[in-house]
Design a protein around this ligand. Structure first.
Ligand SMILES: *Cc1c(COP(=O)(O)O)cnc(C)c1O
Length: 343
């Protein structure tokens, strides 16, 4: 096997990993300084994560027994796969999608079945039905909006998944705040549906490593069996509770990112590129008559880093840019325009 790679290059404008371009609010930093002094560092953390789960549950109008928190949504995904995947079972993904689903599924011993999106990168409900009825996966992943395409899934695709699944359906909503709809409202005790969220993107806290899942109570109980004891440290629990006091401030930033997304999308569309409409904080595009890897290198040379998918199966020739600050986006558009016109 090989590991998960996202090239990091030390350049002034880094638009390759879909983080927020803004740091968390200063008031949160002040709260964190107080928290650091009030922690009982000699004691293990609250293993049940009581207060943080209550705070998240209020945000989504569910019970704390419907919430499981971990160190980033990647750890949530890993815990789901430890609980429901493993040797002798299979896990379904619909490609191209977030690479960690198949990576973690394989590392934890499951077989991966890959459904295919159409050439335009949308996902056909018939393909979902085919994969689920034929392979009966224990876990099926739907990423909405999908990374790295940015495409918002039609609700019908989730309905088809729920209608045909014999296992667990995971909807990964890492970019939910930028999107048009969320599956969280559909979570109920009688459906095998789990919806994951993260603090890494909209909430400007990729450095804190927190993510969570909202799911039926039985599923949360299963995840608690699979996860290590005390996996969520005291500092993180308190810092995350404090962060949830700034959600409305964070949501205002979402509006700025969305208007910048529209500007960047329009500008790329005017260049010699195919570009996919995005419901997220990043945009996938494909240079039409210049080799994508050369475009990527020229942009790096001018100080702008985007994600290179040009040799990834099903994404040949594609690059992905994260929407940054207005200045970063202008730097990106200038670098792209120059890179496309150089021979
Ligand atoms: C960024 C991202 C995540 C976030 O992972 P964390 O571990 O929470 O940082 C999860 N899923 C998708 C699709 C992502 O793009």
């Amino acid at each position: 096997m090989s590991g998960y790679h996202s090239a990091q290059v030390d350049v002034p404008v880094r638009l390759n990993t879909n983080e927020s371009p803004f740091p968390p609010p200063d008031a949160w930093l002040d709260a964190v300084a107080d928290i650091a002094r009030s922690i009982q560092w000699n004691r293990y953390p609250d293993r049940a994560v009581t207060e943080l789960r209550e705070t998240i549950a209020r945000r989504h109008n569910v019970s704390p027994a419907n919430v499981f928190v971990a160190n980033g949504s990647n750890e949530v995904i890993q815990t789901i796969l430890l609980a429901y995947g493993g040797a002798g079972r299979c896990v379904a993904t619909f490609e191209p999608t977030y690479q960690m689903y198949s990576q973690i599924a394989r590392v934890t011993g499951a077989e991966v079945v890959q459904g295919e999106r159409k050439a335009d990168l949308t996902l056909d409900a018939l393909e979902i039905e085919r994969v689920l009825t034929r392979h009966k996966p224990s876990v099926s992943f739907l990423c909405n909006p999908n990374n790295p395409t940015g495409i918002i899934e039609p609700r019908e695709n989730l309905e088809t998944m729920l209608a045909h699944t014999t296992g667990v359906v995971v909807v990964d909503e890492a970019y939910a705040e930028f999107s048009e709809w969320s599956a969280i409202d559909l979570v109920s005790e009688d459906k095998p549906l789990a919806v994951t969220r993260t603090f890494s993107k909209t909430l400007s806290m990729a450095g804190l490593r927190v993510g969570y899942v909202v799911a039926p109570k039985q599923m949360i109980a299963d995840l608690e069996i699979a996860v290590l004891p005390y996996h969520l440290d005291s500092f993180k629990q308190a810092a995350t509770i404090a962060a949830l006091g700034f959600v409305s401030e964070m949501e205002q930033r979402v509006d700025l990112i969305k208007s910048e997304r529209a500007r960047v999308f329009a500008a790329i569309s005017d260049m010699d590129c195919d570009v996919w409409p995005s419901g997220s904080n990043f945009i996938l595009f494909r240079p039409r008559s210049t080799v994508a890897s050369a475009v990527w290198q020229r942009m790096v040379d001018s100080g702008v880093l985007v994600r290179d998918f040009s040799t990834t199966p099903r994404l040949t020739g594609c690059l992905r840019v994260t929407v940054g600050t207005p200045d970063e986006n202008s730097a990106f558009l200038g670098a792209l325009s120059t890179a496309l016109s150089t021979n």
